[in-house]
Design a protein around this ligand. Structure first.
Ligand SMILES: *[C@@H]1O[C@H](CO)[C@@H](O)[C@H](O)[C@H]1NC(C)=O
Ligand SMILES: *[C@@H]1O[C@H](CO)[C@@H](O)[C@H](O)[C@H]1NC(C)=O
Ligand SMILES: *[C@@H]1O[C@H](CO)[C@@H](O)[C@H](O)[C@H]1NC(C)=O
Ligand SMILES: *[C@@H]1O[C@H](CO)[C@@H](O)[C@H](O)[C@H]1NC(C)=O
Length: 358
């Protein structure tokens, strides 16, 4: 009886220890707790009437419900980005053969820029149970795993966005099939043997080989761990068109207000030629009278003009001529909190023929 009891106790202790020690791989909030998704808006240094630090950011998830100024700065590992990436860095998941990871960026840290890859930036980290897919707009980020969390000084001047979503393992099989269209530059990655049979495309991307494609673009529905729908649009370099105008606005069947980084002289103007229009946002106003020009915003996102359509996308591509020929994607959500957060901050956009606000 006594031995039986002690055995039970041992099992209970081992079980409790395991649940505490091996926390599931997830997007992590500002306090380091697992969340279904979060969005970060890193503020530009140059705002209208004010020069900021270039490292402040606003944070959004389903529990804070509206943009919240972070008490951390993006160049320390304490906020949501650091908490999320530290699962790779501190946990040494990069040395593990029971998890997959990939760091990708057309402009990786240190290494030279190589033409031919998609214009896309992000991180994948998952095991056989679950993990996260982080999309972002920050060049030269994140750093190689051994060095740990580091925010590049080149990412301070302009505004930047990041979207992290937690998915079950099965969803990563779908994500891999989307990524081959984008053909991102995997500058550091690992797909251990136990995953390679299910994820041949990730093995190829990690080895630096270009997977063959059945079409020039592909759309798929992903579901976060809590069941929120995120639609992934992925285009290859062979679909030569503006992703917003030529594809996403028409598929979503809604006019889009698009915020992307447009260098002067290279920008695609607002476009009302097709049934659904895409209009360039020019000025953003975040809560707390944070006002800035799109010129200082390297973010890439869009929202439906009409409130009833309630769609928000974040992603890879700018409305720029040269990017018609690039691979890249968007992840779109109809979550009302995300929509409200982004739709409300459009302060001024350029319609076709006239100037509009809000
Ligand atoms: C973060 O960036 C700010 C502004 O450039 C700088 O003053 C601060 O020292 C940096 N902190 C770290 C930890 O790098
Ligand atoms: C995974 O790593 C562990 C510990 O390093 C090792 O014992 C095991 O054989 C490895 N498994 C595979 C499939 O390589
Ligand atoms: C990834 O980076 C680590 C150093 O942080 C290095 O040891 C490893 O070889 C790199 N892997 C690849 C595939 O480049
Ligand atoms: C609007 O976009 C479509 C699709 O990209 C393109 O074919 C058309 O030429 C554009 N119209 C103008 C006026 O730029």
């Amino acid at each position: 009886m006594a031995t039986h009891f002690s055995l039970c106790l041992q099992i209970v202790i081992v079980f409790l220890c395991c649940t505490v020690c091996s926390a599931d791989i997830s997007c992590r909030n500002e306090a380091g707790e697992p969340v279904d998704w979060f969005v970060i808006y890193k503020l530009p240094r140059y705002k209208i009437g004010e020069v900021g630090s270039g490292v402040d950011y606003m944070y959004l998830d389903s529990s804070v419900r509206k943009w919240q100024m972070s008490k951390f700065t993006v160049n320390t590992s304490q906020g949501a980005l650091g908490n999320t990436l530290n699962q790779l860095y501190m946990g040494k998941a990069y040395q593990s053969n029971s998890s997959v990871y990939a760091l990708y960026n057309d402009a990786p840290p240190v290494l030279d820029y190589i033409q031919g890859y998609g214009h896309s930036k992000g991180v994948l980290l998952f095991d056989h149970s679950q993990g996260f897919w982080l999309l972002h707009s920050i060049p030269h980020f994140p750093w190689f795993p051994e060095r740990g969390y580091l925010y590049p000084s080149s990412g301070k001047v302009n505004g930047q966005t990041a979207l992290c979503v937690t998915y079950q393992y099965e969803q990563f099989l779908r994500i891999a099939k989307q990524l081959i269209y984008i053909y991102p530059r995997f500058y550091n990655c690992s797909v251990p043997a136990a995953f390679s049979a299910n994820l041949p495309q990730l093995v190829q991307l990690c080895e630096g080989t270009k997977p063959s494609l059945a079409a020039d673009k592909r759309v798929d529905q992903l579901f976060s761990i809590r069941g929120d729908k995120f639609v992934s649009f992925a285009k290859s370099e062979h679909f030569v068109d503006d992703i917003y105008t030529g594809w996403v606005a028409q598929v979503l069947d809604t006019d889009l207000l698009v915020e992307t980084w447009q260098r002067q002289g290279h920008e695609l103007p607002s476009n009302c030629s097709l049934p659904k229009h895409t209009m360039n946002t020019k000025r953003i106003q975040l809560p707390g009278s944070i006002l800035f020009w799109s010129h200082y915003d390297h973010s890439k996102w869009c929202v439906s003009l009409a409130y009833e359509d309630q769609v928000t996308c974040l992603g890879d591509l700018n409305r720029e001529r040269a990017q018609l020929w690039r691979g890249g994607g968007l992840v779109c959500s109809s979550n009302p909190l995300i929509y409200k957060a982004f739709r409300q901050i459009v302060d001024w956009y350029i319609g076709c023929g006239e100037r509009h606000s809000r």
